[in-house]
Design a protein around this ligand. Structure first.
Ligand code: ATP
Length: 239
């Protein structure tokens, strides 16, 4: 099995509080890997560490087989895109202007690729509209377009459907399916919306109190995600 992302014994302490506790992770190439867990389980902390927004207290991780302690990790991280917390977009600019800036940041000169990217995320008809006048779903999809500007092979998304209306959720699902199936992008996604996640995920990682309780393939679950989650996390379940 080829893994694009792994973690081993990853821990994070905040002044005596252990947010991640010897966590392990295995994200296979081509997967849509759903990270699930209660509020405060450590999902965002894990994602922030993988994106180098935070340092782990102990343990290591690999990106495309490169160890987090190796020099090549910067280059490996260049093969990944992420939207963590609010998407990093400029409110006073249009979608196209935002992408032009990102292309500039990346040193990309092939600006003609921008229209294809706008089309991919369904923002090709937004013209002169400024991002501040976008719906939340449009803003989220622009955030993903910005993350895709470097043509990443791995996309990390923290709660991408949080706060979206039904249409926004459907559009986001279609976009992520397209990226995964047609472009071969591996996706790591955290979500509380189990029903929606189960429409997308090929693999799951269940996190509780900073630990990876279980990793599994969706195909091996043999029951609904919601039911499995409740059993695993110690909730009651009425048949
Ligand atoms: P949610 O689903 O609510 O987003 P999560 O699984 O993403 O939760 P984290 O945001 O990773 O959880 O937080 C894990 C734990 O670490 C929580 O108990 C949180 O309060 C704590 N924590 C996070 N950041 C800090 C910090 N900077 N200082 C102290 N504690 C923190």
């Amino acid at each position: 099995m080829e893994y694009v992302l792994t973690a081993k014994n990853l821990s994070k302490d905040y002044k005596g509080f252990r947010a991640l506790d010897n966590l392990s992770l295995h994200v296979p190439k081509g997967a849509v890997y759903g990270l699930v867990g209660k509020n405060g389980a450590g999902k965002t902390t894990l994602i922030r560490i993988l994106c180098a927004l935070q340092e782990p207290s102990a343990g290591e991780y690999t990106i495309f087989g490169v160890d987090s302690g190796d020099r090549g990790i910067l280059q490996a991280r260049g093969r990944m895109g992420a939207v963590v917390e609010a998407p990093a977009v400029y409110q006073e600019l249009t979608a196209e202007e935002n992408l032009r800036i990102q292309y500039k940041v990346l040193g990309r000169r092939d600006l003609e690729g921008i229209s294809g990217l706008l089309e991919l995320v369904g923002l090709e008809n937004t013209g002169r509209k400024k991002v501040k006048n976008f719906s939340l779903g449009m803003r989220q999809r622009l955030g993903i377009a910005v993350a895709l500007a470097g043509e990443p092979e791995l996309l990390i998304l923290d709660e991408p459907v949080n706060g979206l209306d039904p249409q926004g959720i459907i559009e986001m699902r279609r976009l992520l399916q397209k990226l995964n199936r047609e472009k071969g992008v591996t996706i790591l996604i955290s979500s509380h919306i189990l029903d929606e996640l189960s429409k997308l995920a090929t693999h799951y990682g269940f996190i509780d109190k900073g630990r990876m309780v279980e990793e599994m393939e969706a195909a091996d679950m043999g029951e609904e995600l919601e039911k499995h989650y409740m059993k695993l996390m110690g909730g009651d379940w009425d048949e």
